[in-house]
Design a protein around this ligand. Structure first.
Ligand code: IPE
Ligand code: IPE
Ligand code: MG
Length: 252
């Protein structure tokens, strides 16, 4: 009887739907411009300080045992910003991949890029492809960076693929399920985010991971992205740990 009870407890533990530490944290890094404006600095200064926050956040994720981290760095809509700001941002991206990725690779980070990378200059595309290729064996942190990413565009591309396969006679619409459709998205092989965090007090998703966010816990903080670091990351994880995830089932 007692043994039977222990076994029941053990089997419940193996199907724990909400471990205290999220396996995948996705971050909408927002507020660089306001951080700079508050200091009377150009927006570029805010973006530069934002890069430091990226480094701190990657370290914090590794330290906290988060296996998957996705960072929204540039949206498909961000191309609408003034050309000077777009060029500042791509310049920072170029600098980051040329000077910081090697260090991340040494720390065991595997890099993946999602988004429309073809819109960046050829040298950036080549560096990104190289970084992805050379870090495939790394397992300490799975880092995904969303660049020129938009969730509607991503879903539309998958729908187009489905339509083409149906037209070619290689896919029966009746066989299309969530798993197969999900595998056509740019995030194939990446688990859905458990926690989506947005800085700077804005309460929206801004076209980020709309399909994948179906059951993510959302955490919003007023902290501006350049002020974000280990402490704020730990606070977001603590907030996550207080949430009760149900996935549509009755409260436990
Ligand atoms: C986030 O900061 C960086 C990007 C979106 C590229 P913002 O540049 O959006 O900063 P705010 O929202 O204007 O303060
Ligand atoms: C969302 O921030 C995109 C990124 C963080 C890369 P934005 O600053 O572009 O979002 P909106 O325009 O305020 O919705
Ligand atoms: Mg913003």
């Amino acid at each position: 009887m007692a043994i039977g009870h222990r076994q029941a407890v053990a089997s419940e533990a193996t199907v724990d739907l909400a471990p205290a530490v999220p396996s995948h944290v996705a971050v909408i890094m927002d507020g660089n411009g306001r951080w700079a404006a508050a200091r009377g600095l150009p927006r570029l200064a805010g973006h530069r300080a934002g890069v430091q926050a990226v480094r701190r956040t990657i370290e914090a994720a590794i330290h906290q045992g988060v296996g998957w981290l996705t960072l929204y760095a540039f949206s498909s809509e961000n191309w609408r910003r003034p050309a000077t700001e777009v060029s500042d941002l791509t310049g920072l991206l170029r600098h980051f991949i040329k000077h910081e990725l090697a260090e991340l690779a040494r720390e065991g980070v595997r890099l993946r890029i999602i988004g429309d990378r073809d819109r960046f200059d050829a040298d950036i595309q080549a560096e990104l492809a190289h970084a992805e290729r050379t870090t495939t064996a790394n397992t300490r942190l799975n880092l995904t960076v969303a660049l020129s990413y938009g969730a509607r565009g991503e879903i539309l591309a998958a729908a187009r693929k489905v339509a083409a396969e149906v037209a070619a006679g290689t896919l029966d619409p009746a066989d299309l399920d969530e798993e197969r459709f999900g595998a056509m998205l740019s995030t194939t092989g990446i688990p859905d985010p458990d926690l989506i965090l947005r800085t700077s007090g804005e309460l929206r998703l801004s076209n980020f991971l709309l399909w994948q966010a179906a059951y993510a816990e959302l955490v919003f903080t007023d902290v501006l992205w350049p002020d974000f670091g280990a402490e704020q990351f730990a606070e977001a994880l603590a907030e996550y740990a207080r949430r009760e995830r149900r996935f549509g089932a009755r409260p436990g």
